[in-house]
Design a protein around this ligand. Structure first.
Ligand SMILES: [Fe+2]
Length: 235
């Protein structure tokens, strides 16, 4: 595969495009979950049941396709597993057996401002590699509704301003544009993890985001559903 390039950025957009979400969630509850999630990861790790994160649309092809990050899915759905279906078949998801291991985290996820929860998974890393800069997909106009969050700032998410200039996100929870800007997680010593929850935002949240971040007004003004124009490729 040739090196992916971000789509042409329309001039009316502000980049880096990300939205701190701490004001929309209970950050004290989130922080209290840290050791609960660490214990759960260690339990799943011992059974070797984690998936492997595939870094398909990476900025530098010299980086590995499998950087070492592992995944634990708390929800899963039957049927098509292509990227668009995985993010938009929100109503088809059911809890996996891992949701019981992470019961407090799962309760927290279901308290988030979503109308419906779809894919929810933990991505963890103890290999120190992190997730090298990449795009999630290449559909420029499609803005999936999700919240990325962490219980510890040791998990260092960044947006790429250009190839060697990283902007580290400061908030505990964030939404960001995953198709028009490269982003990644810095590799650090020891176990780190983050959680990504996809779904349909609560209409009130969608309106709050549109009011606070005019850039997103046209993106989150409707139901945030399936993209109408398929992109050239995606993961
Ligand atoms: Fe990503």
């Amino acid at each position: 595969m040739t090196k992916p390039t971000p789509n042409q950025i329309p001039s009316d957009r502000a980049f880096p495009a990300y939205i701190p979400m701490d004001d929309y969630i209970e950050t004290d509850v989130l922080e209290s979950l840290h050791s609960h999630v660490v214990e759960g990861i260690n339990r799943v790790k011992s059974t070797n049941e984690s998936g492997r994160f595939r870094n398909v649309l990476r900025m530098r092809q010299s980086e590995p396709l499998f950087p070492g990050s592992r995944t634990i899915h708390l929800t899963a759905k039957p049927g098509p597993q292509d990227y668009v279906s995985v993010l938009t078949d929100v109503d088809d998801y059911k809890l996996t057996k891992h949701a019981r291991t992470f019961d407090r985290l799962t309760d927290f996820i279901y308290s988030l401002p979503f109308e419906a929860i779809g894919r929810a998974f933990i991505i963890w890393d103890d290999a120190g590699v992190g997730t090298p800069a990449h795009l999630d997909h290449t559909r420029a106009e499609w803005m999936p509704e999700f919240i990325w969050f962490r219980t510890s700032k040791d998990r260092r998410l960044y947006m790429c301003l250009d190839e060697d200039d990283k902007l580290f996100v400061e908030s505990s929870a964030v939404w960001f544009d995953t198709s028009n800007q490269f982003h990644g997680v810095e590799g650090v010593e020891g176990l780190t993890f983050s959680v990504r929850v996809d779904g349909r935002f609560d209409p009130l949240l969608r309106r709050a985001i549109a009011a606070d971040f005019p850039y997103m007004h046209d993106r989150f003004a409707d139901d945030g559903g399936r993209p109408t124009i398929p992109g050239p490729r995606g993961t």
